[in-house]
Write a protein that binds this ligand. Structure first.
Ligand SMILES: C[S@@+](CC[C@H](N)C(=O)[O-])C[C@H]1O[C@@H](n2cnc3c(N)ncnc32)[C@H](O)[C@@H]1O
Length: 374
């Protein structure tokens, strides 16, 4: 860390290290997995400290929607953007969830019924890498259910489907596989030894169980506080008004790949996304471009005196990467906005359970930069 950042860095409050399964937090936060997801406790504390009731809070890298959901629950208004269609579906799902379990169940019955009336897919036309994950009848029903949700713009049930798409547990739809990033576990659980893991998985009871889990602690969201959620990259961001605060976590440079790691869920959202590069997409050069776009397209909407709170993942340094992302980002932002003042820097260590990759170029620490627009 540069002397500038280290001289002001504080340790994260102890509760940031606690369990995310806190009864105080909406179960909507656990709607579906997302790599690099922020802990609700961090989002809540930052929003409480640096925003006020009724404030407009912008999250231009919304991911799974942790910050927008917490913002609305704290009585703020929110704007959420991300380039990844799975992220946008998930953020919308959380903010558009039916108001009660009863309402959600009614919606589910209707969707299941209508999806069964849809014409059958020719499964031979589905890419083999997708077919490998499912029993043919499960796949047939899952695609038709996804289509029905997409047609009705029902992001909530669509996200519920995506959340139970792959895992090795019986409540999920795939053959035995991992949960966060989709890999088949057919070597660990061969069909001859575990035939029960390779039978058809019915959608309706699994989705109904998912709804019960989701509404465990209630789930009412004030939708009038949601100003906009859209699939928009920061380079294309355009707003008609100023915001009171920006609270966001930019992509973790060179460490996470939000497209590749969500490939199966993304295929269900957009059938044309067949090819995935095995290379990570968040390279340093792209990261710099994202920072530059953030400086010119997001910061300009922050009102004078408003806070910009950035949760920046610290990638393990490699030969080609000489500086920490937070330092690099701060240097770029302050060169564009010299009146941006560093109010606080908080250093947080990410526990192994929250990291998608526990070795290599994984993110082990994050720095929270709290900046104030002068
Ligand atoms: C660290 S994640 C955000 C995690 C989020 N705070 C959460 O709790 O789930 C960064 C997000 O930035 C998104 N992203 C990457 N490049 C982007 C761009 N150019 N414009 C907008 N979003 C982008 C990724 O899709 C990813 O969802």
């Amino acid at each position: 860390m540069s002397p500038r950042l280290s001289s002001v860095a504080q340790r994260a409050p102890r509760e940031w290290g606690g369990s995310a399964q806190n009864i105080d937090y909406s179960a909507l936060h656990q709607l579906a997995p997302y790599i690099g997801k922020l802990k609700p406790v961090i989002a809540r504390q930052l929003l409480r400290e640096f925003t006020s009731s009724g404030d407009i809070v912008l999250d231009c890298f919304s991911g799974s929607g942790t910050i927008p959901l917490e913002a609305v629950m704290l009585g703020r208004r929110t704007l959420a953007f991300d380039t990844n269609p799975y992220a946008v579906a998930l953020t919308r799902a959380k903010l558009e969830a039916p108001l009660s379990l009863e309402a959600a169940n009614e919606q589910l019955t209707q969707r299941i019924c209508d999806s069964q009336k849809r014409s059958q897919y020719d499964l031979r036309k589905i890419p083999l890498w997708v077919r490998k994950f499912f029993h043919p009848r499960t796949l047939q029903n899952a695609i038709r259910f996804a289509d029905e949700c997409i047609e009705k713009d029902d992001q909530f049930l669509l996200a519920c489907l995506l959340s139970i798409l792959h895992h090795q547990r019986p409540g999920f739809l795939s053959y035995p596989s991992s949960h966060l990033v989709p890999y088949l576990r057919d070597r660990k659980f061969p069909k001859v030894q575990y035939p029960e893991m390779y039978v058809e998985r019915e959608l309706a009871p699994r989705l109904a169980a998912k709804l019960v889990r989701t509404y465990k602690y209630g789930g009412a969201i004030n939708r009038s506080s949601v100003l906009e959620v859209a699939r928009t990259g920061v380079a294309d961001l355009k707003l008609d008004f100023e915001v009171d605060a920006i609270v966001t976590s930019p992509p973790y440079m060179n460490a996470l790949d939000y497209v590749r790691d969500n490939r199966l869920r993304m295929w269900f959202l957009d059938r044309s996304t067949v090819d995935y590069s095995p290379e990570p997409t968040e390279r340093q050069i792209q990261s710099d471009a994202i920072t530059a776009a953030f400086a010119s397209n997001a910061l300009k909407y922050l009102r004078k005196g408003g806070y910009c709170v950035l949760v920046v993942g610290e990638t393990v340094l490699r030969k080609r990467i000489k500086t920490h992302p937070a330092e690099r980002m701060l240097a770029k932002l302050t060169s564009e906005y010299p009146k941006l003042k560093v109010e606080r820097v908080i250093r947080d260590t990410i526990p192994d359970v929250r990291r998608s990759r526990k070795t290599g170029a994984a993110t082990k620490r994050e720095l929270v930069l709290v900046l104030k627009k002068g």
